[in-house]
Write a protein that binds this ligand. Structure first.
Ligand code: SF4
Ligand code: SF4
Length: 304
């Protein structure tokens, strides 16, 4: 990699995307790098797609734009792989690092046939086992250290301990360091083939109603009642699954669902609106008889 390393992170709100970008930068600062780390928020809602950027350099960084030609693209949620902008600008000799338990050929197929360097880590599985939460960011930091050779595992855990210890108790810090260690050791590397010339992906405006320069100024949504037009079901990383025999039809889930994604008929719970359920898990948390379980979307899609 060159003098400057540019990294673009893709994930969803609640997965620790921005924290990962910042933690990596802070660790690199301890290793003597000049750093930048900043987010690019979309809608500030759990599950919404968001991006973050990290720049590391051995000399002062004068560039302050978003990362356009990354050396690494890190995808914290494999359901985002179908987004045509994920691979935009990725250098031919760069790395695509994906949180996935799938085989490389299935991930490449989802990433529009991406042929280049690929690193895979089932970071969600590690996070659930070690942290008991869907926070795939720290395992991916371990994978990143292994792929790039930026840090030894010992150096990375030392730097992270230094940054996490003032904010969290020792048990949480140690759990995160264990997640980093597992990420370092369990990452699967598939070298692929480096395509000659540019790994060209046409910039796509798919999904944008208007190009940016034609959008109205300001952040106002003028039309009321338009939430139904947003298919927030595509943001889901976990989905609610109900055991109907346990359901008492109390409708707490309907009452608390922020997206009106619980379907009711005749005063009884009948299921979820998959197009709009963004998988926040509130229904599972409030369900008195614990009839709802949150299941990883990727595993449902893979038929596991
Ligand atoms: S149905 Fe449950 S998981 Fe889906 S959006 Fe509503 S509260 Fe969240
Ligand atoms: S909160 Fe649980 S028990 Fe109540 S209606 Fe929903 S699924 Fe059924």
């Amino acid at each position: 990699m060159g003098e400057m390393i540019e990294i673009r992170w893709h994930g969803r709100g609640g997965q620790g995307v921005v924290t990962a970008a910042r933690l990596l930068a802070e660790a690199a600062m301890e290793a003597g790098y000049f750093i930048q780390a900043f987010p690019d928020y979309g809608p500030e809602r759990s599950g919404a797609p968001i991006r973050a950027f990290t720049r590391l350099s051995r000399s002062p960084i004068s560039l302050h734009s978003q990362v356009q030609a990354p050396d690494l693209v890190i995808v914290l949620d494999e359901t985002l792989l179908g987004d045509p902008t994920i691979l935009e600008g990725l250098k031919p000799e760069g790395w695509l690092v994906v949180n996935s338990g799938l085989p490389p050929d299935r991930v490449r197929a989802r990433a529009r046939g991406y042929p280049g360097r690929l690193a895979l880590l089932d970071a969600t599985r590690i996070a659930l086992e070690v942290l008991q939460r869907n926070l795939p960011n720290t395992p991916l930091l371990g994978a990143l250290a292994r792929v790039t050779g930026l840090f030894s595992l010992e150096d990375l855990t030392r730097y992270l301990h230094h940054h996490l210890a003032p904010k969290f108790g020792e048990a949480i810090v140690q759990a995160n360091l264990e997640a980093v260690r597992r990420g370092f050791e369990e990452v699967r590397i598939d070298p692929g083939r480096i395509p000659a010339g540019e790994w060209a992906l046409e910039a796509s405006t798919a999904g944008m109603a208007l190009p940016w320069f034609e959008l109205p100024r300001g952040g106002l949504i003028l039309d009321a009642g338009n939430a139904v037009a947003y298919a927030t079901g595509g943001w889901r990383t976990f989905r609610p699954v109900v055991e109907m025999e346990k359901c008492t039809h109390c409708l707490y889930c309907w009452l608390y669902c922020p997206d009106d994604a619980v379907r009711v008929a005749g005063g009884r719970f009948v299921g979820f609106d998959e197009l709009h359920c963004k998988g926040c898990g509130i229904c599972a948390a409030v369900c008195p008889p614990k009839a709802i379980t949150m299941v990883e979307e990727a595993r449902v899609m893979a038929g596991a």
